[in-house]
Design a protein around this ligand. Structure first.
Ligand code: PMT
Length: 397
């Protein structure tokens, strides 16, 4: 189940003439998969790299390649667009934007558009470093355009350097961020994610099945909505989200310390991590023999969320409740016992919910209300959770 975070958005994808133009087709597909309607404008040079017929076959929107075409024009396309994405953006087109030249479908659209512009430069690294190109990019940034900086690596010309067009995912994340509402702007949000891991000996440990997906989705969405975000994560396979200060930890004690270091000036604290509830009183320094299992002494780990709710000056606290059955009453009990402002219930035995999967089925509970969110992507669940927090903080409920 894919997130539809670009539903009802119309994107004007502008393709200019560089070897990275073939990757614009992946961007086109990714935008449409996420629910956006996409029109395409191409420079003449871009049509040398990818035939307009290919773009037309893959796209459900209009394709603008001829400024004298009676069917499609830059005024109509830009009037209807929510965002203009230029990918790849060549040095030539960037220069024309800055100079105010409108001599092809892409440059005309740029001049006619007054919404947000995202551009992803792609060129040889020496061109990218050229003082004129640097100055032009800075001018676009100063005008409020968003640059998705190129990656460093092997370039089409065979040289190594910074100039490869950014990955489709980085470009998509910038588009999502630019189009997101900014209702968390000025707020600091601390989120925990993933499992904690308690060593038994140098080989073995106590942990659980958390993949971190739920917490990472919340951190990403909070960032898109304008918050300063700190993500404290136990061991996962996930990449740190763009623009999020990510602190990697292993044990519950390390997670607690990282939380206490960052939460004192936070507005919102969301505890999505699945903390190991037990640890060894004293982990062994050497690998245990099997017979020693009888002598393992377990003790409880510190309760992180309770520590935060006991702070004299505390943020708005959201916990999670992982249950093995439809036990909402138990979640409410946990919320009250641990002093949380809100708790998110999930039944981790339900197919498609809880640990590891990309989807979740949650109930958002606070002291006065209870809202069930049907099974959907964790990205979308994150949106509902943050909506509920914003509503509470703005005093609407
Ligand atoms: O990571 P994923 O694979 O995406 O899976 C998501 C998830 C199932 C891990 C997530 O949705 C979730 O439910 N996280 C909380 C899991 C959990 O520990 O629930 P609990 O009911 O045992 O604990 C209640 C709350 O107390 C939780 O917010 C927990 O983080 C917190 N806690 C628990 C123990 C402890 N020592 N300190 C704590 O702060």
């Amino acid at each position: 189940m894919k997130s539809q975070s670009l539903k009802n958005k119309r994107i004007l994808l502008c393709i200019t003439g560089g070897i990275a133009a073939y990757r614009s087709l992946d961007i086109l597909r990714a935008l449409e998969t996420e629910g956006a309607s996409v029109d395409v404008a191409m420079t003449e040079a871009a049509t040398r790299f990818i035939p307009p017929l290919t773009v037309k076959a893959l796209s459900t929107g209009r394709v603008y390649t001829d400024i004298y075409s009676p069917e499609v024009d830059h005024i109509t396309l830009t009037r209807e667009a929510d965002l203009m994405l230029v990918a790849p953006a060549t040095a030539n087109t960037i220069g024309k934007f800055v100079a105010g030249i409108g001599d092809n479908p892409v440059t005309l659209c740029f001049l006619a558009f007054n919404g947000p512009v995202v551009f992803a430069p792609a060129m040889n690294w020496r061109m990218y470093e050229h003082p004129v190109v640097r100055k032009n990019i800075q001018t676009l940034r100063d005008m409020g355009c968003y640059e998705v900086e190129p990656d460093t690596g092997r370039l089409a010309c065979g040289e190594e350097g910074k100039g490869r067009m950014a990955s489709v995912e980085r470009i998509m994340e910038t588009v999502r961020t630019v189009l997101s509402k900014k209702d968390l702007s000025g707020r600091k949000v601390v989120v925990t994610a993933g499992p904690t891991l308690e060593p038994i000996d140098p080989v073995r440990y106590i942990s659980n099945r958390s993949s971190g997906k739920m917490g990472y989705a919340i951190a990403r969405d909070a960032r898109r909505r304008g918050a300063e975000v700190v993500l404290i994560s136990g061991p996962t396979q996930l990449l740190p989200p763009e623009g999020v200060h990510t602190i990697l930890v292993e044990t519950t004690e390390q997670m607690l310390n990282a939380v206490l270091e960052t939460v004192h000036d936070a507005d919102i604290f969301i505890m999505a991590a699945a903390v190991a509830d037990f640890r060894l009183e004293t982990p062994f320094q050497e690998k245990l023999e099997k017979e020693a299992i009888q002598s393992l002494k377990l003790t409880e780990t510190p309760d992180i969320v309770e520590t935060v709710t006991s702070l004299p000056s505390r943020p708005f606290v959201v916990g999670f409740s992982a249950e093995t059955g439809p036990n909402i009453a138990k979640a409410k009990e946990k919320m009250i016992k641990k002093g949380m402002d809100m708790i998110v219930f999930n039944d981790v035995t339900e197919p498609g919910a809880g640990f590891g999967v990309d989807t979740n089925h949650i109930v958002i509970i606070d002291r006065i209300s209870e809202k069930e969110i049907p099974l959907m992507s964790k990205e979308a669940c994150a949106g509902y959770i943050l909506d509920a927090v914003v509503e509470r903080l703005s005093g609407k409920t």
